[in-house]
Design a protein around this ligand. Sequence first.
Ligand code: ACM
Length: 693
Amino acid sequence: MPHFLALLTSLFWFLNGPPAPIPVRPAAPPVAPANQHQLMPVPTEVRWGAGRYLAKAGLGVQLETTTDPAVAAAASRLTSRLARQTKGDQAKTGLTIRYGRPGQVRLGEDESYNLRVTPMGMSLQAATSLGVLRGLATVEQLLTSDKKGFYFPEVDITDKPRFAWRGLLIDAARHFMPLPVIKRNLDGMAAVKMNVLHWHLSDDQGFRVESRVLPRLHEVGSGGQYYTQDQVREVLAYAAARGIRVVPELDVPGHATSWLAAYPELAANDSTYGIPLRWGVLNIAMDPTKETTYALLDKLFGEMTALFPDPYFHIGGDENDGRQWRRSPRIMAFAKEKGYLKANGQLDKHALQTYFNRRILTLVTARGKKMIGWDEILGPGLPEDAVIQSWRGRKGLIEAVKAGHSALLSNGYYLDLNYGAASHYLNDPMPTDAGLTAAEQQRILGGEAAMWAEFADSVILDSRIWPRAAAVAERFWSPASVRNVPDMYRRLALVSDKLELLGLQHRRAPEQILTQLAGGKDVAPLQTLASVLEPVKEYKRHFQGFKYTTQTPLNRLVDAAPAESEVARQFAVKVDSLLKSLNSTTAGTTLTPGTRVQITSLSATLRQWQANDQRLQPLLLAGSSLWEYAPLSVQLRTIAALGLERLTMLQKGQAPTAAWQAAAIRQLDLAKAPAGQTELAVVGSIRKLVERK
Ligand code: ACM
């Protein structure tokens, strides 16, 4: 659209209010039907048209409301990123933006927007500038290309989030995450409309923020790896410019060895500590009986609540098993005096921790903040205004909202467990079977994906978060009815491409590890093996003979293996599809050409896997650290051969003998054994082939 026309249109809208949505011509075949678009999260309402707005000459932006610098900055980032992709200049004015008022980066702010793309141009309208930021993220995802060039498909979108709290926890305590890592992950969050960075800033292994009032916290507690307050402010500004809140977590009274190293007087057991090199729940705790504990925390909270502007302040509260409290005569005497002993005379740990929580709540509230903590803090006596983050199960979420608390769900969204995106995606924050009243449902604010960093350093963090976090982002934003798993995976692959362009390193970093491991030799066979491996699930990595400490480099094959193997997933989809076609053909009849094509395609993949072991031998034998993965390479060869045998039988119309199947299944069971804390992700689908009668 010529520049003057855009201005005229803008002026017209300015005077007359937003135009009614253009009805989409019903007769036209849509160019981007629902199952082809590349938006993630899926908007609340979308109507695709048949036209395109061509993006040949780049994209210029016409801002009608110019009061919010965040919008101007976001528009400028968008145009330069699009120009990079389209290789166009930015001369053309194609997007008109209009909004009602500058948005506040706070919980519950209006993030809705309306975006219309027509062959004439694009218009984005929102009640607040925050809505504009969300709409711009959609514009960026809409950019499409085909043989004729770049374009935006014609569409009319009316969109708003389902949940107000759509978070990502980044643990910067277990491994320190330097500023660029945090920033590029904020970019990723903004791209998929997440709006809360939960910054886990302290744990046993590190206290990661500069404290001027209690400087030993970062001086002693961080090993030199901490954020200065200026850096914190830089992150806060960076996040705010993307409409993202930052909620800091300072975890007390457990998970706090680094604090005890700095200020031993906090310790329940009067011992002294260094910074632990071990992972795991260390079962230390602060002393809840001493007034000096609260005085120290008050001093720190005074400083930190001023540094972080968000009204919510996370105090952790998780995984204190109370053993140090039980072992301390002083603490037991205190508990007795306060009535925190059970009938049998043992410590009621929960009662004592609730006492601690109430004291903390008073400190946090006095600073004008709302306290949020993990679900362990829930219990009788906890005032309603504490917010509960449920991680141990959905029970905590349901109990919390029934008890009058606001709550967040993180159970089911732990990215560090290495589950597939689908499992997170199908986990909805809103329970449907708990009989919650409307008021109780209202108290479910949303959820947070959690990236704990025992096994993620600053190099591979992105690859442990993305792209799976984008599926979680959709769960939090899109209507509950958006649950089509294959379509989610289709779009996730597209979003993953865009995230990498945005600067995330979820693909690059693992590739670099493989290149380093290959040490100058051909990396392709290593890539083939790594592409069908996944790290062992849950926290099994701690328990498989390899001793990890905070100092262990995360640069082995397991660190380059994807949390969810896309190659294995696509192979499984093809196997399922073949078995479906076979089931729909009558026994004894010849295979259809379509089925033959499916078999040929699977066979090609299996042959590549079968041949890979031999190609990998020079690397495995080169005396590198890769030797520990040799068993998996052999197993891949073996089970690929079994899959091929079975496909050959299918092609020949032969049924497998029971003996062949039994032997094959024994072999497949052996192939399930992990090595180097990884496992083959294709065993299950090859087994399906083998088991087919
Ligand atoms: C937690 O995962 N300990 C909150």
